[in-house]
Design a protein around this ligand. Sequence first.
Ligand code: FAD
Length: 295
Amino acid sequence: MVERKLLRPESMEDALGQREHYQRDALPIAGGQSLLVLLRNKLIDPKVLIDLERLSELREVKQSKDGISIGAMTTIHNLFSLPEVRTAFPVLSQAASKVGSTAIRNLGTIGGNICHNEPGADLPPALLALNALVELRSRRGTRKIGLSEFLRGYFETTIAPDEILCSVEIPQLPAKAAGVYLKHAISSEDLAIASVAVVLIRDNQQAGKAQEVRIGLGGVAPVPFRPTKAESTLRGTMLNQKAIRAAAEIAASEADPMTDPHGSAEYRRKMVKVLVRRAIAAVLEQPERNGHGKA
Ligand SMILES: Cc1cc2nc3c(=O)[nH]c(=O)nc-3n(C[C@H](O)[C@H](O)[C@H](O)COP(=O)(O)OP(=O)(O)OC[C@H]3O[C@@H](n4cnc5c(N)ncnc54)[C@H](O)[C@@H]3O)c2cc1C
């Protein structure tokens, strides 16, 4: 049996050098909560693991007037314990609080959750609704792309074999924004059968009117996505029962669900309708907040 090598770089420079050298023979390991399951089940067999644990810059969380930059090694637990995330982006904190068990949240990271790109993962729908961007670095340079571009397909992203995901950036929400994340799963430790994140940007002039409703869906397609046709029907409209129901129907028609032991495709599609309706109703009930999440 060939022994697997574990590298523990002390600096980004070293880590990027190792990525460049080993390319597809190596995989970064963050919290290990998904990677170790794949290894144990012999679904992957990398010759080298590059442990990101010692790269302190990947744990930095930086807030500015433009938004927040969250280091890729930030734990899922910290996404709901850090006040700067919880107050400004409650939809992300809510999604983080729904991930698996306490142990998984304590070890699993935002970067790992995104890079693993499981269809029923909790963070991607919330991050999509927040218009998040990801910053990727390699020895060739740095690139920043929208999360929707990064999440390419079923368990697949557009990361290159020499790149490391360094941070997730979330633009500051406009004033009068609110967010809600709802998840439907078999148990609290399971991945979503269906989940929805809604970010509502209220109209400045008229109560009950939406400037924009952003919707992120998880578990109901090979990859988490934004149902853009449903969103466009709600742009600039009064959010009454009729408009919400119609948008939920359209969102369900945009889903591309699979059947698996957790739920049939038909059931998942129905759940999109239910969850979108409930999430928009819930977000409308939230008190108005300014852009920094203060009531
Ligand atoms: C029992 C169980 C229940 C779960 N329940 C849920 C759930 O309810 N909701 C949910 O969303 N998830 C759930 N998960 C999945 C899991 O929590 C996350 O996917 C996990 O936390 C990923 O983060 P990690 O840091 O552990 O990543 P790792 O397992 O270390 O890595 C995952 C993948 O990402 C790559 N990677 C990690 N970080 C980087 C980086 N910075 N740059 C480039 N590549 C990187 C790795 O190479 C690997 O391919 C569950 C997992 C288990 C085992």
